[in-house]
Design a protein around this ligand. Structure first.
Ligand SMILES: Nc1ncnc2c1ncn2[C@@H]1O[C@H](COP(=O)(O)OP(=O)(O)OP(=O)(O)O)[C@@H](O)[C@H]1O
Ligand SMILES: O=C(O)[C@H](O)[C@@H](O)[C@H](O)[C@H](O)CO
Length: 238
């Protein structure tokens, strides 16, 4: 990504290599809001995983029924594959990046999003097709074979349930109603609790700009992105 592309925003950085950044969390936690801001700051595309849910999933959630592993499995595979495709089509100067807003509530879901083969607690290994192969899946559902150069990072806004509830109750036209919050919280496997290392925790009640600053700082420390200033310095010395 070129620094010129990012120059309109005050908080800017650039992708380092091939990077998939997933803003995860329960409904109403601010994934879309922070994800959009992060993508803008990085000058890379943004994908909202809610836009990739099949209509059956949306209908189910709209009726107040939580999704199951079986409902989420093909969707998660599609989220990763779509995100990489979008990033690759926007790739510049040997770098490719994309920011995705996706609930990614369970550790096994995050494994699928990292491109690792895993079972999701159902009879079939959705990521690999398991012992049955993936011949039963139609083209769009087939497991991706991600290039090994891709690194995946999760940014996780989390905080008090009362704040989440307040935010969900304030939005009127969203398909996900506030009565689904408990099931979302029950499903969440805290990525810090599971010892996952590619996680950037973010305070839910902070201003979006402060959340963005923390995310950029921690992703820079992890070597996933580079501040624009660093790029400019490097360019001017060559
Ligand atoms: N840092 C913040 N401070 C105050 N309000 C926020 C913040 N981030 C998001 N919001 C508000 O909270 C609500 C939920 O945010 P958002 O839609 O980004 O969450 P989400 O996790 O993508 O939700 P869902 O997955 O349910 O669609 C929105 O009304 C948004 O404006
Ligand atoms: O895994 C899930 O249960 C879903 O992805 C939900 O999290 C919603 O789609 C989203 O949060 C919209 O409110």
């Amino acid at each position: 990504m070129s620094s010129e592309k990012n120059s309109s925003s005050s908080l800017t950085a650039t992708i380092n290599g091939h990077v998939l950044i997933i803003v995860m969390g329960v409904s109403g936690s601010g994934k879309s809001t922070l994800g959009t801001a992060l993508a803008k700051a990085l000058g890379c595309p943004f994908v909202d995983a809610d836009d990739l849910h099949p209509q059956t999933n949306i209908d189910k959630m709209s009726k107040g029924e939580p999704l199951t592993d079986e409902d989420r499995a093909p969707w998660l595979i599609n989220v990763r594959r779509t995100a990489l495709k979008v990033a690759e089509s926007d790739s510049q100067d040997g770098t490719a990046g994309v920011v995705v807003a996706c609930s990614a509530l369970k550790a096994r879901y995050r494994e699928v999003l990292r491109g690792k083969h895993t079972k999701l607690g159902c009879s079939r290994d959705w990521a690999t097709g398991g012992g049955h192969g993936d011949a039963h899946l139609e083209g769009e559902q087939r497991a991706p074979t991600p290039p090994s150069t891709w690194r995946t990072f999760f940014v996780h806004p989390f905080g008090p349930h009362e704040v989440l509830l307040e935010r969900m109750m304030a939005r009127k036209s969203h398909f996900m109603k506030a009565n689904m919050l408990t099931s979302q919280i029950d499903a969440l496997e805290d990525p810090l609790g599971t010892g996952e290392r590619d996680i950037v925790p973010i305070g839910l009640v902070e201003r979006v700009e402060d959340q963005l600053r923390t995310a950029l700082k921690d992703l820079t420390a992890a070597g996933v992105i580079r501040p624009i200033e660093e790029i400019d310095t490097r360019n001017s010395s060559t």
